[in-house]
Write a protein that binds this ligand. Structure first.
Ligand code: AGP
Length: 614
């Protein structure tokens, strides 16, 4: 998620904006920029890389004195992280500058319209389209507020837009839909930020904008309207947090904040990738349909949590495409001398895009002439750069070392890939694919319903905080969920935890069952009785030997309830999609247990966010 700052007042806008961007650096970014309004024009500067690169650039090209300005730190979604794609973006005549956080779903159509009207857009971004549209509005006589209202009515997707007009040094105008934006209310000055960290050093009086609202800040006022220009209200509040808490949006850990960001992240991973009929549109998969039709084997590689995402993906991709699909730990892959041909698709899953084991694995695959597709969260990182194609997960920066929203959005990207392959190869009818896409579109709300149970799950963590060992059981797509749940507990609470395929119990692990041993059990949806009944048998087996069963099952699954010492109710979802909701209670449990044990949840001992050594 990008960082945004806007300012109108008596201070030097350059200083206020740069300082605000520095406060937002924690969000992660790959380029930064600033635009100032002075003497009837806009002066802007932007650079790829860290804020220091921008500061060096503007110190060399001394920016003019100005009291109105905007700034941006970009987490790339559309377009590589370079100077040209950095924000702010200007209109054709440089009169309007815009910074943006989010994804404009219909930007390609609007870009095409502008180019057909003779506009020359120089970047790969969706944001530049908004700059040109706003400038056309002000050049036809609208003030910037009216221009913003008119343009926002044409935009689809998730966006926070902030703009200035070089010929109007009195205001900064912003708008939001499905993306955060707050106003800082000062004395003779006002601020805009993607979160309060941007201005908390200047004022603790904040105004949170609602959905589909436009705000105009001047030195002496803040005016809110809806997209039609009708007066509207934001939510006024006093910021009690210190800066550290503000960066975490009030949460104690980045990881906890990222767990609760998951509904939005799932929505962003889906945004712009299917039409209203469920037809997949994965333009970023730069492998031709003919080549995709020639694929006769898929090998999914990754490490840790990314490997578990691959295990979930296998069930879905094989079911929808009937292409044989192997899942392999990246660090094992190239040493087993895998059989790869031009018709093998290697799918490399990596949140950071820099994991050395995975990078070495794809280099081996490329040498063997296999096609490589990356599923990655970090735009422009090494793994997607060295792959033939990429599906970005659009989760936004994941600061916590333990992956949460990174994992769920990897699942979403894998589902989209599987459905896209089925669509291209014709192994599923359009209405069948559309039905799954409609289920996916409900996953943000379903994830939220699980998050709404967080207090009960925190109470569970408190109850079990002195336990020294946990087992996690699952079947089918629930088996990788069990592995992921165990990994979260290992890496955060430093507790022995082991995930098993429930069918494996009787082949040895059941000897581990002891009186009172807590066992998490992920129960498949009832639609697949042979799996559901077998999972109940496994729960009965461990319970009969003294285990304490913590059962995750569909909310109205009355069959399993009698065997659950603790029952965590999950929304009813299709079997293949259940990992998206079943993982969340385990994330919450591990995060809370580690907190109770006094561990550093964001930086667990011995771990790095990206393992760049083999
Ligand atoms: C997950 O919580 C861990 N942080 C770790 O297993 C991680 O998933 C693994 O190192 C892979 O990282 P990547 O997705 O950035 O490649």
């Amino acid at each position: 998620m990008c960082g945004i700052v806007g300012y109108v007042g008596d201070q030097q806008a350059r200083d206020v904006v740069i300082e605000g961007l520095r406060r937002l650096e924690y969000r992660g970014y790959d380029s930064a920029g600033i635009a100032l309004v002075h003497d009837g024009v806009i002066t802007s500067a932007k650079r790829a890389g860290k804020l220091a690169n921008l500061e060096k650039a503007i110190s060399e090209e001394a920016l003019p004195a100005a009291t109105v300005g905007i700034g941006h730190t970009r987490w790339a979604t559309h377009g590589a992280p370079n100077d040209v794609n950095a924000h702010p973006h200007l209109g054709a005549d440089g009169r309007v500058a815009v910074v943006h956080n989010g994804i404009l779903e219909n930007f390609a159509r609007l870009r095409d319209e502008l180019e057909r009207a003779g506009h020359d857009l120089v970047s790969e971004t969706d944001t530049e389209v908004a700059a040109h549209l706003l400038e056309l509005e002000v050049q036809s006589g609208a003030d910037l507020t009216t221009a913003m209202q008119n343009v926002c009515r044409r935009l689809e997707g998730a966006f926070t837009l902030v703009a200035v007009d070089g010929q109007d040094p009195t205001r900064v105008v912003a708008a939001r839909r499905n993306s955060p934006l707050v106003v800082g209310i000062g004395e003779g000055e006002n601020f805009i930020g993607s979160d309060v960290s941007a201005f908390i050093e200047h004022t603790r009086e904040a105004l949170e904008l609602g959905q589909d609202q436009v705000v105009t800040i001047t030195r002496d006022g803040v005016a809110v309207t809806d997209f039609d220009g009708n007066a509207a209200e934001g939510r006024r509040y006093h910021v009690d947090w210190d800066l550290a808490a503000a960066e975490k949006d009030g949460f104690d850990w980045f990881m906890r904040k990222e767990i609760f960001e998951q509904p939005r992240a799932i929505g962003d991973a889906l945004l712009g990738r299917h039409d209203e009929d469920g037809l997949l549109q994965l333009d970023e998969v730069r492998i031709s349909d003919d080549e995709l039709r020639d694929i006769d084997k898929i090998i999914i590689i990754g490490c840790g949590t990314a490997n578990y995402a691959g295990m979930v993906a296998k069930y879905a991709i094989e079911h929808w495409t009937r292409i044989p699909c192997e899942v392999e730990l990246a660090h094992e892959f190239r040493y087993r001398d895998p059989i790869l041909t031009r018709n093998t698709l290697v799918v490399a899953i990596s949140q950071s895009g820099e994991t050395a084991d995975t990078l070495m694995a794809i280099r081996h695959a490329v040498k063997q002439k296999a096609r490589v597709l990356a599923i990655c969260n970090t735009n422009g990182s090494t793994i997607p750069r060295e792959s033939d194609a990429v599906i970005y997960t659009h989760a936004g920066p994941e600061i916590g070392v333990a992956s949460t929203k990174g994992f769920l959005t990897q699942l979403i990207a894998c589902y989209l890939l599987g459905l896209y392959l089925a669509q291209v190869r014709g192994t599923k009818f359009g209405d069948e694919i559309g039905a799954v896409v409609r289920e996916l579109a409900q996953m943000p709300d379903r994830a939220q319903r699980v998050l709404d149970q967080s207090d009960a799950i925190y109470a569970l963590a408190k109850r079990f905080k002195d336990e020294k060992s946990f087992l996690f059981l699952g079947r089918h797509a629930g088996f990788p969920v069990a592995l992921e749940g165990a990994l979260k507990l290992k890496e955060l609470a430093y507790i022995h935890a082991e995930g098993f395929a429930a069918g494996e119990l009787k082949h040895g692990p059941i000897a581990l069952i002891d009186q009172g041993l807590p066992v998490f059990c992920v129960v498949p949806p009832r639609g697949r009785d042979q799996l559901h009944d077998k999972m109940i048998s496994a729960i009965q087996e461990v319970r009969a030997r003294g285990a304490l069963t913590i059962v995750l099952a569909e909310e109205d699954d009355t069959e399993v309830a009698p065997y659950a010492d603790v029952l965590i109710k999950l929304p009813i979802v299709p079997t293949l999609l259940q990992p998206v909701v079943a993982t969340i209670p385990m994330q919450l449990f591990a995060c809370e247990l580690a907190t109770l044990l006094g561990h550093d949840v964001d930086q667990p001992r011995n771990l790095a966010k990206s393992v760049t050594v083999e």
